[in-house]
Design a protein around this ligand. Structure first.
Ligand code: PEP
Ligand code: MG
Length: 581
């Protein structure tokens, strides 16, 4: 039995056979061969080398004839790599001494070479890294080891183990067969984590290197509550997890009874408890759990889950589906937040050195105004079907907000001229997720209809911590006193100026932190659908006076750790049912 610790990003537990993917999405199992087969396996590897070498020579000659000697040299570089005696010696050691299969040895060694080149921070060497991976692909092909897209041919439940999953790869997982996943890299606030929660898929990320230790098909437990992964569990461990699953199940059933009751504190303060979604089909889960509305619809996933750029009609259909299903409840449609870790097939911009500080979100929309206007048209048209509100992400200057609003006005004029069926009077708000927005919050309050605090990014930009990097995950703390002061400032100014404010970052889906948020004056939160019952339970178990006292104490504390320990302690007093579990 092997237990590995990572970062819990999506709660729940899943047990099943491992499907190990390598970086390229290939299925290269860590396969050991019997001693008797070593020489045959080594012969297969040499033969694959020979065939790839021949092919490279053909490529070199043909390219040189067609495009000149210089172009042909691209393949000479690959030929040199292939004939490197150090490479063959290392592979020989793996096959002969460690009894690894030829495919597995090739995959591990060449990936390590490529990784080392990629880390040297030179565009020239980065290209060489691509060459190495290309050779790997060709060798694996000759060894018959590459199966095309293993994820599209699933026919049994699996636990997916991968180096990394992008948000769009995660969004496209077949929920029916993929029961949970673990990755070597990734941080607590990345969008992969958010999508996993949306899919209600237990997940642990940032475990560090482990793929080369796991055999294909090994039994794996993903514990998304505690952030660990257990390989080849013993019977006692399986029994323990099954018992926990039963306790969890009972709690879920008890909390489900709250579905039709209001999210109201013991002293009668009504709180708006909405849901965050990425896809229209999640609306069912929101309704089943009694959401008051959709507080954040991340529309960029329309781009991330398709190979085609969505048309106005695609946008309109998706929004109409959500708005129609919510039957008059508010739906906050956030305009595209593409960029940074949410880049699918779209060729909207060039690779960047600092994508989280680069052309992402509203900046990207303002640079691609046709795309932005297409979306605004669809939002205004869908608004005739219900209570639609539009929200801009990552606003950091007044000018950005004004330009975005100006584009809305231009679209309104166009639609009016065309005689289209649309609404021009919908509320327009902005996300508060950059410290600059908080510093200028009083000025922003004069120009928007509502605010929504995006703590996922606010934490990242306040503390200068990449939300999806496991190496700095410990610094990514939404309870950091600096973040709390920014939230307090935003809420205080909003309440003073009568500007509705809510929180839609992941912070508000944490039962202990909700106590604090209520105490700071927050009266509207939006959380992943899965979290609604627990958050409602918290709200219905406390008074505002309890929470204000908690907030008062918390604002005197000096570290995220102190804050979280104190909040957990108070949650234990006020809602013990949620802590035991
Ligand atoms: C946030 O930043 O808190 C937020 C809700 O937006 P996203 O997670 O999509 O960046
Ligand atoms: Mg954000």
């Amino acid at each position: 039995m092997l237990e590995l610790q990572g970062i819990p990003v999506s709660p729940g537990v899943a047990i099943g056979p491992a499907l190990v993917l390598d970086d390229e999405g290939y299925r290269i199992p860590r396969c050991l061969i019997p001693a008797a087969d070593i020489s045959v396996e080594w012969g297969r590897l040499l033969s694959a080398f020979g065939k790839v070498a021949k092919q490279l020579e053909v490529n070199r000659k043909q390219t040189a004839e067609r495009l000149g000697e210089e172009a042909g040299r691209i393949f000479s570089a690959q030929q040199q790599m292939l004939s490197d005696p150090g490479l063959l010696a290392e592979l020989e050691g793996r096959v002969h001494q460690q009894q690894q299969s030829a495919a597995y040895a090739v995959s591990r060694v060449l990936h390590r070479y490529a990784e080392a080149l990629g880390k040297l921070n030179s565009p020239f060497l980065a290209e060489r890294a691509e060459d190495v991976l290309d050779i790997e692909k060709q060798l694996l092909h000759r060894l018959g080891a590459v199966t095309s897209d293993p994820l599209s041919n699933l026919d049994e439940p699996v636990i997916l183990l991968a180096r990394n999953l992008t948000p769009s790869e995660t969004a496209n997982l077949d929920r029916h067969y993929v029961r949970g996943f673990c990755t070597e890299i990734g941080g607590p606030g990345g969008h992969t984590a958010i999508v996993a929660k949306g899919l209600e898929l237990p997940a642990v990320v940032g475990i560090g290197q482990f793929l080369d230790r796991i055999g294909q098909g090994s039994q794996v437990i993903v514990d998304g509550d505690r952030g660990c992964m257990i390989v080849d569990p013993d019977q006692a461990t399986i029994d323990r997890y099954e018992e926990r699953a039963q306790i969890r199940q009972k709690l879920t059933l008890r909390l489900a009874e709250l579905r039709d009751l209001p999210a109201e504190t013991v002293d009668g303060q009504r709180v708006t408890l909405s849901a965050n979604i990425e896809f229209p089909h999640e609306v069912d889960a929101c309704l089943q759990r009694g959401a008051d509305g959709i507080g954040l619809y991340r529309t960029e996933f329309l781009y991330l889950s398709s190979d085609e750029e969505p048309s106005e009609e695609d946008h309109y259909q998706a929004y109409t589906e959500v708005v129609g299903a919510m039957q008059g409840r508010p739906v906050v449609i956030r305009t595209l937040d593409l960029g940074a870790d949410k880049m699918g097939h779209t060729s909207l911009h060039e690779p960047e050195n600092n994508p989280f500080l680069g052309l992402r979100s509203i900046r990207l929309s303002l640079k691609n105004q046709d795309l932005f206007r297409t979306q605004i048209r669809a939002v205004l048209r869908a608004a005739v079907h219900g209570d639609v509100r539009m929200m801009f992400p990552l606003i950091s200057t007044l000018q950005e907000l004004r330009t975005a609003r100006m584009l809305v006005n231009i679209v309104i004029d166009d639609l009016r001229e065309e005689g289209a069926d649309f609404r021009s009077d919908i509320p327009i708000g902005m996300m508060v997720e950059v410290p600059a927005a908080v510093i200028m919050i009083d000025r922003f309050a004069e120009e928007v209809d509502f605010f929504s605090i995006g703590t996922n990014d606010l934490v990242q930009y306040t503390l200068a911590v990449d939300r999806s990097n496991e190496s700095v995950a410990e610094l990514y703390q939404s309870s950091d006193p600096a973040v709390l002061r920014l939230i307090k400032q935003t809420v205080d100014v909003s309440n003073k100026t009568n500007t509705p404010v809510g929180i839609c970052g992941e912070m508000s889906s944490n039962p202990a932190r909700v106590l604090l948020l209520l105490g700071l004056g927050v009266r509207s939160v939006s959380v992943p659908p899965l979290a609604i019952p627990r958050i409602k339970k918290v709200i219905r178990s406390v008074t505002i006076a309890d929470c204000e006292e908690i907030a008062c104490r918390v604002m005197q504390l000096e570290s995220a750790r102190e804050v979280d320990l104190y909040l957990l302690d108070r949650l234990g007093d006020l809602v013990p049912e949620l802590v035991v579990q």
